[in-house]
Design a protein around this ligand. Sequence first.
Ligand code: 5CA
Ligand code: ZN
Length: 443
Amino acid sequence: MDSWRGVSVPKLPGPGPELRIRDTATGQLVNAAEGHAATMYACGITPYDSTHIGHAATFTAWDLLLRAWLDAGHDVTYVQNVTDVDDPLLERAARDGEDWRQLAEREIARYRGDMEALRILPPNRLVGAVEAMPLIERFNGLLADRSALYELDADVYFTRSADASFGSLSGLDTEAMTELSAERGGDPGRPGKKDPLDALVWLGARPGEPSWESEFGNGRPGWHVECAAIATEYLGTVFDMQVGGSDLIFPHHEMSASHARVAAGGRGAPAFARRYAHAGMVRLGGEKMSKSLGNLVFVSELVAGGTDPAAVRLALLAHHYSDDWDWTDAGLVAAQRRLARWRSAVGSVVGPGRGLAAGSVAGGLAAAGVAAAAAADRVLAGVRKRLADDLDAPGALAVVDRWADAVLTGPSAGEGQPAVAGSPAGEGQVVRDVVDALLGVEL
Ligand code: 5CA
Ligand code: ZN
């Protein structure tokens, strides 16, 4: 399906550092990409009640990751799905007496608009489950070839015992997995299953629900197999990063990886993501912001109410992506103040510099130019360093804060700093480019 419109990313001088990320499976800080080509799969939205601040925070985290990769010179392929047919979407459509396709289309459009407003770079491919039916069926065919599927009534299950590495991502014991599976869309208690943790890969058609013909009968795909099939189709058997919110570690990412390992032959050869990153949950009033609870703050409503999307983005970036945190009005106000301060600092030093027009003596001018270039370099190096260290956005914001403080309150506050000889841009422009390219915020 169509992705959304991207924004141009300023090119910064020299390649940035290699991004290190904390891998969920091992807990280690590791290089996010293995080679020059860098590949990422992000689990996308289920399009009903999108895009709340929790979604926005998660997709902003992956946007930072993408921007760090681009800055480091990687050739990036980024794929995201849209779960445009699944139980929660169908249930919502039924509740509201709306056609499920219409609901999905409207929410996907809203999501695209929100992603554009937040200057989140689009994936190379945005793939809906509905359009992916043929490749999901092919993928299920591979699982069947490995004798990893069985039927229960008209449904088809994946037998997790086919995968010796099942559990290696979450590291959870069976009891914890069973509990989470029941909470998050699984059916561990269903009689007739060979193992409570076996996952549905094909649901036989239910009355009144959409279904597709396949060699497994009329039906629709399970959730985990959707992402396993789309990711491996477009990124290959092995790729660099699988990302999503922490609520997806188990069962979703564990199951998708397990499916993919078995589809790839199941002989211990690497399959699916080399690394996993998970974003913390954004709460409202102490509870996870979630569509099912309905405690939501929408990006589209904030923006329609006149909030600058750049301030929303800064409010998100004030938290480390892996932390759980509460969305508050005070956090948004602080972000608005920060944005105004940064804009004011950039505005006061932007351009070739009023210092040039002021007719300073050559020596003073050169010294001011060197100081300005050094200040801009500190921002560039500092923001890069913080982001390369497990996407430390709060640390990166602090680097820019220090620069803005120095500009607005330092001895030469209000004085334009000239560009250095041979430097293509003045201090303000360099900072503006750094904040734009790496943090996605337009000053
Ligand atoms: N379509 C599936 C993934 S294949 C899905 O989980 N959709 S979703 O719309 O429920 O969530 C989209 C993304 O936002 C997921 O990565 C999810 O983990 C994340 N997410 C959902 N709620 C929150 C929240 N409160 N805070 C942070 N991230 C969240
Ligand atoms: Zn997914």
